[in-house]
Design a protein. Structure first.
Lengths: 485, 508
């Protein structure tokens, strides 16, 4: 056993987030400051983490350019600092910053528990951030659990509300079950290959012929199911609507977006890198899950009368679309999709929180009647976000869909693309339904005031939705360089 | 220059957005004034447009190079008339919307954005860009029908959106397939129309792709049996929406068939002439027969569109000079006359708040000027010689007789049926003596209303008497389409189907 090499720069962003979480809790105990001070602490650690990620991004680019990427694998192979990890972390940090802003009114309203909420958010981000940068399946599991457990608690943050408790319990039980499946799968893959490190697994499988791959295949299946649960792909999605509905509106967007980003990046790492030799085995499975998710998500979203449940099912459909990109074998398309969808999701729930109150768990469509009159800003922003999620041209959502569809088509999954475009049209129907309520129905309820932090979230999300819809190159170039090792 | 043509309405929309909401009286006049700018530019484009084949005023900017998409614009004799028509109809549609008091600012903004999108569709030479515009225009139209329509507006708006989005979704898959095939055959992915025309697709793939594109455009036209969204959308839409829907948006379908299906899939197009022609002719007769029995004046005009658009599709798939030229010019003609008819119906609706034919009678006595314009547009629509409809329908019938004689003969009955449903409707609404009290006090057209109709009437006469003002500029481009088909397939246009052959030379 050699002494593990320590590379602080590699985990500095996560350290900063964890330190930020600790600082928030300590400062709260010691000085009991206004929540704004704690928010500034959290924001500071997020910004610092992002700043150091920029350095990592440059390093990753240099190493890839120099043709010697092995130096990016640090901590004796536990952590990898490649473009994929850094890009994903940027997305996670952006979602964290926006998520804190979107949930700010809720956090303030919690009083003393506000500090816990902020700390949990930072811890969740740290966990998922490690998860996307793991080269080792055990490390990945640890990151997944740190992040997930923080999310379970966040889901139950409004503990005086029965729905919130229900959401937390449901999320916790099903989530732990999925984590267990994941770790069991990891164990089986280890049993079959003798390796935990993703790159080592790839090298092993490419240099040896596995005569009886059953153990690895079962492990692979379990890993797919575990991650499928985390990203709420059908048929592992049943928790999503209840959790989306019960958890505090201000935080749901953050929770959902984090799980999606981390889950899919892990999936890309394991499937496209580690087990690429078994591509012919997992491609049909992932394609099937993608197809099912798109259909189930789009069709079930049609019959929802609650905007949060609708967004939950639309999230299932989006999981299917993103998986179409995984099937296409493109990290670029998946990353672009994840980034734009995550921002839209956070902002959409910021709107939900503004319309129905930050802690309320009821967000029936009726509450959106005449929203375009009651608050033109909210109405127009939500409309742009919905069009973006629907994937209409001139929004980033269209570019994202187009990217994954084109990749899947050129990989020979024409049937999946045809199904995906049809599912997109079905999805139009329920996004438009919300627009009908907002624009074509006259609500008599009074005006809605938009809290300033929500306004900033909307500005960022709507701005990028349109910007990346018209000039996608600015983000696509980055995503194209965010390659896994 | 073409970029400006697309951007001017967008800038106009932004300007209107800047005007505060409380200055209600400014929004519509400003919108009309701003919509004159693209019209002026389009007229300039028309005057400098050279009557030669190929694209003019082209612009090319890479959009995102790794994907092979570009901001590629250009105009030829097929798209130029459509751009002109769009820019003519938008100011008229806006000026006809003075009755919209409710959320006028948003209305003007959506209309101008719609205009930008429609122009964009016609000038795009890159299939990705084309699709972006083609799909994006659904949004403003969706809002125009859904917010300012009549009772069942939400249903109609949804139906309109979903129907057309479904068609274009499969076309998107087709576009992806074409671009990737280009990548396989030429080493790089490209969405440029000129690049994709060089592809060797193979019969099976070409037929599938033809079907995917044709479905999208057939829904838009709409071709029988995909037309059911149209009467709903038309009846529920506000007048401006109907004018632009019938005047321009339906033409996106016929334009798409002519521009993309014929050029990209010549082999499959030649194989499909009978199917497409037959569907077109069914549409002609079906639309006309259904129009006869409509109790609602607006629905009657809507079904007449189904019938008239059938002619255009028939002309397109006749694959002769006359057919193609007729199709292009009939696009313009139908936009003018049907736009005017919807405008007229809208004016009547503003006065009486009903569109039921049975509610009227004897209007000739109380509204003579109105009746005069109505009858004039009916004659134009029927295709009375000397008016524009005659030129287009005659060219199409001559052109299609050369290749699809049986269909041409049946289609000719559509002309007679049009006379039946339009004149019968005229008889019921206008002739006799006014019996209902409400009808006796209706006011005739105001100067403002006349000034909206007069330009359309003028164009109807101009194109009827001197169609060469457009045909000269159309012909080289339609000939180029036929040249391309003859060069890539075994198909030869039979005599006397080409320009220069006896028949068409005299007409064209």
């Amino acid at each position: 056993m050699v002494t593990p090499e320590i590379s602080w720069i590699a985990i500095l962003p996560e350290l900063l987030l964890a330190l930020g979480a600790a600082a928030v809790l300590l400062v709260e105990v010691q000085w009991k400051p206004r929540t704004l001070v704690l928010g500034a602490l959290a924001g500071g650690s997020v910004l610092l983490a992002a700043g150091f990620s920029v350095i990592q991004w440059i390093q990753a680019g240099d190493a890839a350019g120099a043709g010697d990427p092995s130096e990016l694998i640090v901590f004796s192979g536990l952590v990898v600092m490649d473009g994929l990890a850094v890009f994903a972390r940027f997305a996670l940090l952006a979602v964290t910053g926006l998520g804190l802003l979107a949930g700010w009114r809720y956090i303030e309203g919690l009083g003393r528990r506000g500090a816990e909420t902020i700390a949990l958010v930072l811890l969740a981000t740290a966990g998922f951030s490690i998860m996307v940068a793991s080269n080792n399946l055990v490390m990945m599991f640890l990151g997944l659990e740190v992040g997930s457990i923080a999310l379970y608690v966040l889901a139950g943050m409004s503990r005086e509300r029965a729905r919130s408790d229900e959401a937390a319990i449901k999320y916790f039980l099903l989530g732990s079950f999925a984590s267990a499946l994941f770790v069991y799968g990891v164990a089986l893959i280890y049993a079959g290959t003798g390796e935990f490190e993703i790159i080592a697994i790839r090298d092993f499988l490419s240099s040896f012929v596995v005569l009886s791959p059953a153990v690895i295949l079962i492990g692979l299946g379990l890993v797919i199911v575990g991650l499928g649960f985390k990203v709420s792909a059908a048929p592992f999605h049943s928790w999503a609507p209840d959790v989306y509905q019960g958890a505090p509106a201000g935080l749901v967007g953050y929770m959902a977006a984090m799980a999606k980003i981390a889950g899919f990046v892990a999936m890309v790492r394991i499937l496209l890198t580690g087990l690429e030799a078994f591509e012919s085995r997992w491609l049909p499975v992932v394609a099937g899950i993608a197809a099912l998710s798109m259909l189930v998500g789009s069709i079930l979203a049609l019959v929802q009368d609650d905007v949060r449940r609708m967004l939950a099912y639309s999230g299932v459909a989006h999981a299917g679309f993103i998986m179409t990109g995984v099937v296409g074998g493109t990290t670029e398309g998946v990353l672009f999709y994840l980034a734009v969808y995550a921002l839209q999701l956070v902002a959409a729930f910021a709107v939900v929180a503004a319309v129905s109150g930050p802690a309320n768990s009821e967000s029936g469509l009726d509450a959106y009647r005449g929203l375009s009159r009651r608050s033109p800003v909210l109405g127009a922003s939500f409309a742009v976000l919905l069009f973006g999620m629907a994937g209409l041209p001139l929004t980033s959502g269209f570019i994202a869909k187009f990217g994954v569809f084109a990749q899947a088509w050129s990989s020979g999954f024409e049937w999946l693309v045809v199904l995906a475009v049809v599912a997109s049209v079905v999805a139009f129907a329920f996004y438009l339904r919300i627009i009908v309520y907002m624009y074509m129905d006259e609500g008599d309820a009074g005006g809605i005031e938009v809290p300033a932090p929500v306004g900033w979230v909307l500005a960022v999300a709507v701005g990028t939705t349109i910007l990346w819809g018209i000039l996608p190159g600015s983000l696509l170039d980055l995503a194209a360089n965010a390659l896994p090792l | 220059m073409l970029t400006w043509l697309v951007l001017l309405p967008v800038i106009g929309a932004l300007v209107v957005l800047m005007i505060p909401g409380r200055r209600k009286e400014l929004h519509l006049p400003l919108g009309i004034a701003l919509s004159i700018l693209p019209l002026a530019l389009a007229l300039y484009v028309f005057t400098v447009f050279e009557p030669v084949a190929g694209y003019q005023m082209t612009e090319l900017q890479p959009w995102y190079e790794p994907w092979g998409i570009s901001w590629s614009l250009g105009l030829d004799g097929i798209s130029m008339p459509m751009v002109l028509l769009t820019t003519i109809l938008v100011p008229i549609a806006l000026a006809a919307s003075t009755s919209i008091a409710h959320r006028a600012r948003e209305f003007v903004i959506f209309t101008l954005l719609l205009e930008a999108g429609m122009i964009g569709v016609f000038v795009s030479l890159d299939l990705f860009l084309f699709f972006v515009f083609f799909e994006a225009i659904l949004v403003p139209m969706y809002f125009i029908i859904g917010i300012w329509g009549s009772d069942r507006r939400v249903y109609a708006a949804m139906k309109f959106f979903l129907y057309t989005a479904f068609g274009s979704a499969l076309m998107l898959a087709g576009i992806i397939a074409l671009a990737i095939t280009h990548g396989q055959q030429f080493g790089e992915v490209s969405f440029a129309l000129s690049d994709l025309m060089r592809l060797e697709l193979g019969t099976g793939a070409e037929r599938w792709l033809f079907a995917a594109f044709a479905l999208a455009f057939a829904i838009k036209v709409p071709l029988f049996p995909l037309h059911t969204w149209l009467p709903d959308a038309h009846t529920e839409a506000p007048t401006a929406g109907s004018i632009l829907l019938a005047g321009v948006m339906l033409k996106l379908g016929t334009y798409g068939l002519l521009r993309f299906n014929l050029s990209l899939f010549p082999e499959a197009s030649v194989d499909a002439v009978w199917i497409m022609g037959a569907l077109a002719v069914i549409g002609i007769v079906y639309g006309a027969v259904v129009a006869i029995v409509q109790p609602d004046l607006k629905k009657l005009v809507a079904y007449s569109s189904v019938s008239h658009l059938g002619f255009i599709v028939l002309g397109t798939f006749a694959l002769t000079s006359g057919g193609l030229q007729g199709a292009v010019i009939q696009n313009v003609n139908h936009g003018l006359t049907t736009g005017a008819l919807f405008l007229l119906v809208g004016m009547l609706y503003e006065r009486r708040h009903t569109k039921q034919i049975s509610e009227f009678g004897g209007l000739q006595k109380v509204m003579p000027i109105y009746a005069g314009f109505f009858l004039f547009m009916i004659f134009a629509s029927i295709g009375l010689p000397g008016l524009n409809g005659f030129v287009g329908e005659f060219l199409i019938l001559i052109g299609s007789y050369a290749t699809l004689p049986a269909l041409a003969i049946i289609a000719a009955s559509g002309v007679i049926l049009a006379a039946i449903y339009l004149l019968w409707a005229y008889e019921r609404v206008f002739t006799g003596v006014p019996e209902k009290e409400e009808n006796k006090v209706l006011s005739d057209l105001s100067v403002r209303e006349i000034s909206l109709l007069a330009p359309l009437a003028g164009l109807v006469i101009l194109l009827g008497l001197y169609p060469n003002i457009l045909l000269d500029k159309i012909a080289p481009s339609t000939e180029a389409v036929l040249d391309h088909i003859e060069a890539t397939t075994d198909y030869r246009v039979p005599e006397p189907g080409r320009l220069g052959d006896v028949f068409v030379a005299e007409e064209g």
